[in-house]
Write a protein that binds this ligand. Structure first.
Ligand SMILES: *Cc1c(COP(=O)(O)O)cnc(C)c1O
Length: 251
C-alpha cells in the first residue's frame, strides 16, 4: 500500500474509533511519527494530507527541517530530550511532547526567555512504569505540572504517554486510563496557566484503544510509512552514541 492509502486507512480508523466514543473525528489530531523516514517520503505524506510531523532525535530532525522547511507543516518533538539539545530543538519545534523533569523545563525557559518567546509543551508521564521509558511517574505528574506552570515561557497544553509494549489490551488500556485520570484531576484542580487541551497517546498498535480512552492526539509511524529498519527505534533513548545505535535490537 502507498503512503497515501495508508494515511487514508489510518484516518478512517481514527474516525471510527472517535465515533465509538462520541468524539468528532476532526477533533483527533494526527501526528505522523517520522523517525528514520527520509524527507522525500515525509513529503509524500504531507502531499497526501498529513499536517504534523513528530520527530524523536534532534539532529535527525534538524537535517530534515533544512530540507522540508518550506512545507506547510507543524513540527513536534516527541522523543527524549537532553538539556544540551535545548537550543537546537528550539530551532524547529512548534511543540514538545516530552517534557518530563523540572531541570529540562528550567533550561527550556532560560533559552526561550533569551529568544523572547513562548512554547507549547506536553508533560510526558511514564504510565507503564517501564524503566526503559522516559516520563515522570504518575504519582509525581501533577506536582511537576504545577512546578512547570510557573515558567512564563512554557504553555502546558496537555499530557503525553507511551502505552505498555504488549499484546495485552487490558494492560495497554490501563496506561491510557492512568493518563486520562491525571488529565481530569488537573482540570478539576484548575492550575493557573495550564490548559489540558491535548492527551497525546496511541501509536500504530494501540491508537484505537487510546482514542476510546480519551486520546485526542495520536502519534503514528509504522501504520503510515511501513516498518522501520529499526522497529524498536522509539525504545532508544534519543541521541545515543553511534556505537550504541548499532547494537542488535532486542525485539
Ligand atoms: C515512534 C514513535 C511513535 C510511533 O510509533 P509507531 O508504532 O511506528 O506508530 C509514537 N510515539 C513516539 C514517542 C515514538 O517514538
Amino acid at each position: 500500500m502507498s503512503i497515501k492509502e495508508n494515511l487514508e486507512q489510518v484516518k478512517q480508523n481514527i474516525a471510527s474509533a472517535a465515533m465509538k466514543t462520541g468524539e468528532r473525528p476532526e477533533d483527533i489530531t494526527l501526528v505522523m511519527a517520522t523517525k528514520t523516514i527520509a524527507p522525500e517520503r515525509i513529503r509524500e505524506a504531507i502531499l497526501a494530507g498529513g499536517h504534523i510531523i513528530g520527530e524523536n532525535k534532534v539532529q535527525e530532525a534538524l537535517k530534515k527541517y533544512e530540507v522540508l522547511q518550506g512545507e506547510n507543516v507543524e513540527w513536534h518533538f516527541i522523543g527524549h530530550l537532553q538539556t544540551n539539545k535545548v537550543k537546537d530543538v528550539l530551532k524547529f519545534a512548534d511543540m514538545i511532547h516530552s517534557v518530563d523533569r523540572l531541570h529540562l523545563a528550567e533550561k527550556l525557559d532560560q533559552r526561550l526567555q533569551h529568544e523572547g518567546r513562548c512554547l507549547d509543551i506536553l508533560v510526558q508521564v511514564n504510565t507503564s512504569h517501564e524503566e526503559s521509558k522516559y516520563g515522570v511517574a504518575p504519582e509525581e505528574a501533577i506536582s511537576l505540572v504545577k512546578q512547570i506552570s510557573k515558567y512564563d515561557t512554557l504553555k502546558i497544553h496537555g499530557l503525553m504517554t507511551i502505552g505498555l509494549f504488549t499484546k495485552d489490551d487490558i494492560k495497554i488500556r490501563k496506561c491510557f486510563k492512568v493518563l486520562k485520570e491525571i488529565h481530569d484531576t488537573i482540570i478539576k484542580e484548575g492550575i493557573d496557566r495550564v490548559q489540558m487541551k491535548y492527551l497525546s497517546m496511541g501509536m500504530s498498535g494501540d491508537y484505537q484503544i487510546a482514542i476510546e480512552e480519551g486520546a485526542n492526539m495520536v502519534r503514528i509511524g509504522t501504520a503510515i510509512f511501513g516498518a522501520r529498519p529499526t522497529p524498536d527505534a522509539y525504545y532508544w533513548p534519543s541521541e545515543k552514541t553511534d556505537a550504541d545505535r548499532t547494537k542488535p535490537s532486542n525485539f
